[in-house]
Design a protein around this ligand. Structure first.
Ligand code: FAE
Length: 538
């Protein structure tokens, strides 16, 4: 794997460590040497959020010499808790697991219909949130690094033909020649060693699913990841502390994972021009009559109490709060009249990348193994099936016992789109998505897995997702859209109607990608930032 760690990058990593050690909520190179810097009242550029798109924006602004403040509503995740670890595992969740909840809300509701998966916890700004919108709930990461803290690290690049279908106005030559490779290198994307994959007990679950796919005449493909597979091999050999091999994933990984706080954001801090402020939620945006924007920002403590309300001005505003967060900020601004010229397209074009989970029960002789790595490494690739395109990642279910379950996250081609409306009573954006809009996804997944079951004489599991359902169609990991590129913004993410206002995250992607989305979100942000920094006045 190519290393993109520079001296400045190490300076940034040091700043993150120092801030954690000192309990600072404002992180920058200055803070690495002195006390917490005073809160800024103005910054030339503000980036909202600190996930993939935001992290790209912060780095490229910092490198261009633009003093930039990053505002993140979650906390910095690198201080060990009482157990000596930063993050809890999926088998022992605690207050750190979820964003202000009294009980965890894992994707699996039950096991053998028993309520043994979720736990009571004390409310805290934990790392994973499940945002409920009626018939659809959306999993998102909270903290410095956003979704990169909690995701499965799968880092595929979309098929070029489908990328062109979804975003026809984006130059594919440029994306596939420059920006996808740039994003992959910066994110630390790497491939599993096929020899190790074939021999290790930790991927037995994937090999069983592959055999069942092959028995059906389906092909599988390795999926790259940002989890360091070399590190994972050392975990298996007993020479490195376990993380992916210790049930860690959706509540964070203590080792091995290249989340963006370790890549883009560390490099951004290392430029000396970027400061990250944590536990800072942007609740309002208006135009500054003197030019630029004024944000209303709520600072809060770990109990969720708002401890500070302030206004922060900037000349350029980059929204990277994710599909839900960015769309809410802009929709609220348009509907409350603080940015009335925003496009009617703000709030439209939302999709969940056709996400459907399902699980099959294997025969007793087809053991999947008690030991399972949490990072998926293989997918069933039937996307070229014109009648029923599906890409199904073979998902682990690490329970420390043999359970004979093969689990999958299917990505399907669902033409349905949802839209957001502003609810003045709660001052929030509400997603309008009806359960029946999932029907194309459930049917596509069912079509594929019925074939697999028929070929292998197996059946679905009905005990895992609640309501005796074989298909989990009430949540997504891949929220996309809400401020779609070329509709709510111009072709490079500049919000229509306003100068110096940009969208840089997954809300630009029109609802579907055919593969897991973060490499594309990162590459699009790289493309758009290159253009914005080259053309727009600062
Ligand atoms: P995102 O990473 O969501 O970051 C947004 C940030 O903004 C968050 O840190 C928020 O806390 C913050 N924020 C929101 N509102 C505000 C506000 N008002 N003020 C201040 N801060 C705010 O945005 N994708 C893959 O490609 N491969 C995978 O294997 C994969 N697995 C996943 C597993 C899970 C459990 C989850 C939840 C997601 C997974 N994803 C995966 C999706 C991926 O993480 C997601 O597409 C990206 O994180 C989206 O990146 P954005 O830059 O759009």
């Amino acid at each position: 794997m190519r290393s993109h760690l520079t001296r400045r990058h190490f300076l940034g990593l040091g700043a993150l460590q120092t801030a954690a050690a000192l309990g600072l909520t404002r992180i920058g190179l200055q803070a690495a040497h002195a006390a917490e810097p005073p809160p800024a009242a103005y910054a030339p550029a503000i980036v909202v959020g600190s996930g993939y798109g935001a992290a790209v924006a912060a780095l490229r602004l910092g490198q261009a010499g633009v003093r930039t403040v990053v505002l993140e509503m979650g906390r910095l995740w690198n201080t060990p808790g009482p157990d000596g670890k930063v993050f809890p595992s999926t088998s022992a969740p605690d207050h750190r697991s979820m964003w202000f909840r009294t009980r965890t809300e894992a994707p699996l509701a039950t096991f053998l219909w028993l309520d043994v998966v979720n736990r009571d916890i004390t409310p805290y700004p934990g790392v994973l949130d499940r945002v409920h919108h009626g018939d659809m709930s959306v999993y998102v990461g909270r903290g410095v690094g956003g979704g990169s803290l909690v995701n499965g690290g799968m880092a595929p690049t979309p098929r070029r033909s489908y990328f062109q279908e979804v975003l026809p106005r984006v130059d594919a030559d440029e994306m596939y020649g420059t920006y996808f490779p740039r994003a992959r290198a910066m994110l630390g994307v790497n491939d599993i060693d096929p020899g190790w994959f074939e021999s290790t007990e930790w991927y037995r679950f994937a090999r069983i699913s592959r055999r069942h796919a092959q028995n059906t005449g389906l092909k599988t493909a390795f999926v790259p990841n940002v989890y360091d597979f070399g590190y994972m091999q050392r975990e298996a050999a007993g020479t490195a502390a376990r993380s992916a091999l210790a049930g860690e994933v959706i509540y964070g990984n203590n080792h091995g994972k290249k989340s963006v706080d370790k890549t883009y954001l560390a490099a951004a801090l290392g430029t000396g021009n970027v400061t990250i402020e944590t536990m800072q939620r942007v609740v309002g945006v208006r135009q500054d009559p003197a030019g630029g924007y004024v944000l209303t920002v709520h600072g809060s403590d770990v109990t969720g109490r708002v401890t500070e309300v302030r206004e922060l001005g900037c000349r350029q505003l980059f929204l990277g709060a994710g599909s839900l967060g960015t769309t809410e900020i802009l929709l609220r601004a348009r509907e409350r009249g603080t940015l009335p010229e925003l496009s009617e397209q703000v709030g439209r074009g939302w999709g969940h990348n056709g996400n459907i989970m399902t699980a099959r029960a294997n025969h007793l002789w087809d053991t999947v193994g008690a030991n399972q790595a949490t990072m998926p490494a293989l997918g069933i690739d039937d996307w070229d099936n014109a009648a029923n395109p599906v890409f199904a990642e073979i998902a682990p279910l690490p329970m420390g016992i043999e359970h004979w379950i093969s689990m999958y996250l299917a990505i399907t081609k669902n033409p349905e789109r949802g839209f957001f409306t502003y609810d003045a009573a709660t001052d929030s954006a509400r997603l309008n998505w009806r359960r029946e809009q999932n029907t194309p996804s459930v049917e596509a997944a069912k079509c594929l897995f019925d074939r697999i079951n028929r070929a292998n004489f197996t059946i679905y599991r009905y005990d895992l997702f609640g309501d005796n359902k074989a298909f989990a169609d009430t949540f997504t990991y891949h929220p996309l859209g809400g401020c779609v590129l070329g509709r709510a913004t111009d072709d490079h993410g500049r919000a229509k109607g306003y100068r110096g206002l940009y969208v840089v995250d997954g809300s630009l992607v029109p609802g579907s990608l055919g593969v897991n989305p973060f490499v594309t979100i990162t590459a699009l942000a790289e493309r758009n930032m290159a253009r914005i920094l080259a053309e727009d006045p600062r």
